[in-house]
Design a protein around this ligand. Structure first.
Ligand code: SF4
Length: 296
């Protein structure tokens, strides 16, 4: 068991992991246990509960069309599933289609007020399970390894939270979907490799790809564009992970990428930070939709 530790940056975290002789997931499990004052077994048990919520979200989210109170969410996951069952994968492989429907299933559950795991936020909750659990299913990954991967995603999220934030209201959607994709990319790599540099690179690629992404939900409801952004986030995570696993390394360290995200977020107009006063939220169609929702 490690002693009580703190880390503020990925560089910090990496140095402590290397000193400890543990792998990143082992270190983060111990870190969680020490800082929460619980055993490693209890920390694993709690993470497994979160994993089970994610699995249920996918299962239940595909059982029937999910329709939200506003009507902005209208059974997208179910539609993709039905199409897939009747006609098979349309463009690429079944795995590709499953990432889409699984991610939609989780995000739509959130839009319909179901219980989800905010990873790192409710609006971005589909990215991690959509990407990670679909890969896990097709690669026969054990529950234990998945639990370990969730600790890695948590560690990456913690670094982002400490350097910048995980809030769309503070730094735009790059801090929400961007963070979720970094967390998912690093988690995916950790399933296949203990190489901490590969994990860092995947997280950095994912965030770099979404720098500047604004938060502009129609009517302030976390539905459009959030739900489909989760899908693109899931694919961003997978492609980032694959590049890192193939040996490509980030030129800009993850900490600096996150710092850039913070600086961009600070320069972003407040109209593009969850206020629904800019971007897609102010298109004529969006305004019309909001009027219709409000008039019942
Ligand atoms: S657009 Fe805003 S509310 Fe929607 S997922 Fe992104 S940060 Fe969250």
């Amino acid at each position: 068991m490690i002693k009580k530790v703190k880390f503020k940056t990925f560089k910090d975290l990496k140095a402590q992991v290397l000193r400890s002789g543990l792998t990143l997931p082992e270190f983060l499990k111990n870190y969680e246990a020490v800082n929460q004052g619980i055993t490693v077994e209890e920390a694993e048990k709690r993470m497994k509960l979160r994993l089970n919520v994610m699995k249920k979200n996918i299962e239940n989210g595909l059982k029937h069309p999910n329709v939200s109170r506003t009507g902005l969410t209208n059974g997208g996951a179910y539609k993709v599933k039905e199409f897939f069952e009747n006609k098979g994968a349309l463009l690429l492989s079944s795995e590709f289609t499953e990432v889409i429907m699984n991610t939609l299933a989780v995000s739509e559950t959130n839009a319909c007020m179901g219980r989800i795991v905010a990873a790192p936020t409710a609006g971005a909750c589909g990215v991690l399970p959509g990407a990670l659990l679909t890969i896990a299913k097709h690669k026969n990954i054990s529950v234990e390894r998945l639990v370990d991967a969730l600790f890695v995603s948590g560690g990456i999220g913690e670094v982002i939270g400490k350097i910048a934030s995980l809030s769309g209201a503070k730094h735009g959607c790059q801090a929400e979907i961007g963070s979720a994709t970094s967390m998912a990319a690093g988690a995916i790599v950790s399933i296949f490799s203990d190489d901490i540099d590969a994990i860092e690179s995947a997280a950095a690629f994912a965030m770099k790809n979404l720098l500047g992404l604004v938060c502009d939900p129609i009517g302030g409801y976390v539905e459009i564009p959030c739900i489909k952004r989760n899908v693109s986030g899931a694919f961003n995570a997978i492609s980032s992970a694959e590049m890192a696993l193939a040996g490509i390394r980030t030129v800009i360290p993850f900490d600096e990428v996150v710092l850039a995200m913070k600086r961009i977020g600070e320069k972003m107009s407040p109209t593009l930070k969850e206020t629904a006063e800019g971007g897609l939220a102010t298109t004529p169609t969006a305004k019309e939709l909001v009027k219709r929702i409000k008039s019942g």
